[in-house]
Design a protein around this ligand. Structure first.
Ligand code: ZN
Length: 140
């Protein structure tokens, strides 16, 4: 099996950073969109099995978790305010309801968020990634 990446002419590079993020969030290789990005829940593959992109270079670290906490916090804050302010639930009952919901939401969004962060890093050539773009169309 070759270890060199397929050249950009042989694969379909994303049209921009948002399509790359969507590929990553779906758990697909952001570069080619063909193969799986993760071999375990949060463990990316070493190399894409289709385009041979090296994903061991990624350094997403804790950033996906921070994004998840930010999003879940902003989604659940109005719910907490409504539960306590409008329905007059006790703080302990609110905590007992919200905490499992928050944990479930965080766990559900962690892999898509990590895929999107890896795609963002790759698209912008951040860290050890090399930025690559489709060659501009030749005009006659
Ligand atoms: Zn790939």
């Amino acid at each position: 099996m070759p270890s060199e990446r397929l050249s950009p002419e042989l694969i379909t590079l994303p049209q921009g950073w948002i399509p790359a993020l969507v590929r990553g969030a779906k758990g697909k290789c952001p570069r080619c969109g063909e193969a799986a990005l993760f071999r375990k829940w949060l463990k990316p593959v070493e190399r894409c099995s289709h385009c041979r992109q090296d994903w061991s270079l990624q350094q997403a670290d804790d950033f996906p978790a921070y994004i998840g906490i930010f999003i879940v916090g902003h989604l659940l804050a109005p719910v907490v305010i409504t539960m306590i302010g409008t329905f007059h639930l006790s703080a302990w009952l609110t905590l007992a309801i919200i905490l499992p919901v928050a944990i479930a939401m965080l766990l559900a969004m962690l892999q898509p968020t990590k895929g999107a962060v890896i795609a963002f890093l790759w698209w912008h050539g951040i860290g050890a990634f090399r930025q690559e773009r489709r060659a501009p169309e030749q005009k006659p």
